[in-house]
Design a protein around this ligand. Structure first.
Ligand code: OSB
Ligand code: MG
Length: 377
C-alpha cells in the first residue's frame, strides 16, 4: 500500500510513560453485557527527540465486550510490547504492527502502542494525523449511542440529541428491550436516522425476532450475534432485509475480508483501538472501499486522547456514515486534554496542528491518574 506521505528518517523511541487513568462517567452506560460507571484505561506516552505521542487503550476492566482486560493489557504493555519498541527506530508506523504480528489477539493492547506512535510520527513530520493517514476535511458527522434504560427516559434523550443536531441515533437493545423500544421511538420520531446495537446478545434462534426489526426503517443492525461468529451473521443476513453491521466480530483485516466475502456485513464499524491501530483500521477501510461497503468510526467512551485519534481516522473517504465520536461533555465533567472536543449541529471539528492536535491537561491528569511509570530506552 502506498503511504500518504514520503518516508523520512527513522524515529527512535527514547522513552515512555504508562499511566492507568480513571474518569467518572457523567451518566452510567448500560449495554447488553453490563453497566459502566467509570472509565478506567491505560494512557501511553511515547517519546522521541523531544516530541511526545499519546494514545489510550480501549479495553474494559472486565472481558465483557471482547476478551481483553485493563489488567491484562497493562501487563502485556509492560512486559512485552513496550520492551519491544523502547530504544528501537521505526521509519513508519506500519512497522510496529508488523513487529507485533507474531502475537495472538490482544489488538487493543497493540493499538495503544501503535496509535501513540502514529501521533508521534505525524508530529515529527509536522502533519496533522488526518493528513498522515490520508484523510481530509475540517469536520466529521457524528451520531450518539444511547445506553439501555427505561423507554420514557430514552425517548427524552432521543429528542434532546436530535434537537442538538446529531446525525444518527443508535439505540442499545437486548432481549426484552428491543421491539417495544423501537415501536415507541419510531412512533415519536418517524424520520430519525436510527440504528440498533445488540452487543452480541441474540442467537440464530432469535432470527424471527431480529427480522421484526425490519419494520422500523433502521439503517443497520449492529452486531446481533456472537463476538466471534461471522458465519452465523452471514446466515442471519440471508433471513432479514436490514443490513447487518459488524463491530466485535471485526478485529483484523482478515475478519473484515471474510465478512465481506460472505455477505455477513453490509456495513462495518471500525474502532481504531479494537483492530490493532490506525494501520489495520486503514487497511479495513480500503478493503471496504473496494467492496463498496460503507464504514463508520465506533467509540469506547474514550477520553479526549482516544477521541481525537478517532476523529482523525474518521476523515478518510469511506467513513460515509456518522460515527459515535460525540461531544466529550456527554461522557465526562472534565476531560484530560486542554481542548474541548464538542460537536456543533452533529459535526465534530477535527483538531488542527501536528499529530492528534490535542494536549494533555497535566493538572487534571495528575488527579485522574491511578498509577504512572516512566521507561527510559
Ligand atoms: O458496541 O459500540 C459499542 C461503548 C462501550 C462498549 C461497546 C460499545 C460502546 C458504544 C458507545 O456504543 C460508543 C461511544 O459513545 O463511545
Ligand atoms: Mg457496537
Amino acid at each position: 500500500m502506498p503511504n500518504a506521505v514520503p518516508m523520512l528518517s527513522p524515529l527512535r523511541i527514547d522513552g515512555a510513560t504508562l499511566r492507568l487513568v480513571r474518569l467518572p462517567l457523567v451518566t452510567p452506560f448500560t449495554i447488553a453485557t453490563g453497566t459502566l460507571t467509570e472509565k478506567v484505561f491505560p494512557l501511553l506516552t511515547l517519546r522521541a527527540g523531544g516530541l511526545e505521542g499519546h494514545a489510550e487503550g480501549v479495553m474494559d476492566p472486565l472481558p465483557d465486550y471482547l476478551e481483553e482486560t485493563v489488567a491484562g493489557a497493562m501487563d502485556l504493555l509492560q512486559t512485552v510490547l513496550l520492551p519491544q519498541v523502547l530504544g528501537r527506530s521505526f521509519a513508519h508506523p506500519d512497522h510496529l504492527a508488523r513487529l507485533f504480528a507474531p502475537w495472538r489477539a490482544n489488538f487493543m493492547a497493540r493499538a495503544t502502542v501503535e496509535m501513540a506512535f502514529w501521533d508521534l510520527w505525524a508530529k515529527s513530520l509536522g502533519l496533522p494525523l488526518q493528513t498522515a493517514l490520508g484523510g481530509a476535511g475540517d469536520f466529521i458527522d457524528v451520531g450518539v449511542s444511547l445506553g439501555i434504560g427505561p423507554v420514557s427516559g430514552t425517548l427524552d434523550r432521543v429528542a434532546q440529541h436530535l434537537e442538538q443536531g446529531y446525525k444518527r441515533i443508535k439505540l442499545k437493545v437486548m432481549p426484552g428491550h428491543d421491539i417495544g423500544l423501537l415501536q415507541a421511538v419510531r412512533q415519536q420520531f418517524p424520520d430519525a436516522h436510527l440504528t440498533v446495537d445488540a452487543n452480541c446478545c441474540y442467537t440464530l434462534a432469535d432470527s424471527a425476532l431480529v427480522g421484526r426489526m425490519d419494520d422500523f426503517g433502521l439503517d443497520y443492525i449492529e452486531q446481533p450475534l456472537a463476538w466471534d461468529d461471522i458465519h452465523d451473521h452471514a446466515t442471519l443476513q440471508q433471513r432479514i432485509r436490514t443490513p447487518l453491521c459488524l463491530d466485535e466480530c471485526i478485529r483484523t483485516v482478515d475478519h473484515a475480508r471474510k465478512a465481506l466475502q460472505t455477505d455477513a456485513a453490509r456495513v462495518i464499524n471500525i474502532k481504531v483501538g479494537r483492530v490493532g491501530g490506525h494501520s489495520a483500521a486503514r487497511q479495513i477501510h480500503d478493503l471496504c472501499q473496494a467492496f463498496q461497503v460503507p464504514v463508520w468510526c465506533g467509540g469506547m467512551l474514550e477520553s479526549g486522547i482516544g477521541r481525537a485519534h478517532n476523529i482523525h481516522m474518521s476523515t478518510l473517504p469511506q467513513f460515509t456514515k456518522p460515527g459515535d465520536t460525540s461531544s466529550a461533555s456527554r461522557y465526562f465533567v472534565r476531560d484530560i486534554i486542554e481542548e474541548r472536543l464538542e460537536c456543533v449541529e452533529g459535526r465534530m471539528p477535527v483538531p488542527s496542528g501536528p499529530g492528534i492536535g490535542v494536549t494533555l491537561d497535566h493538572d487534571f491528569l495528575a488527579i485522574a491518574t491511578l498509577s504512572a511509570k516512566d521507561y527510559a530506552a
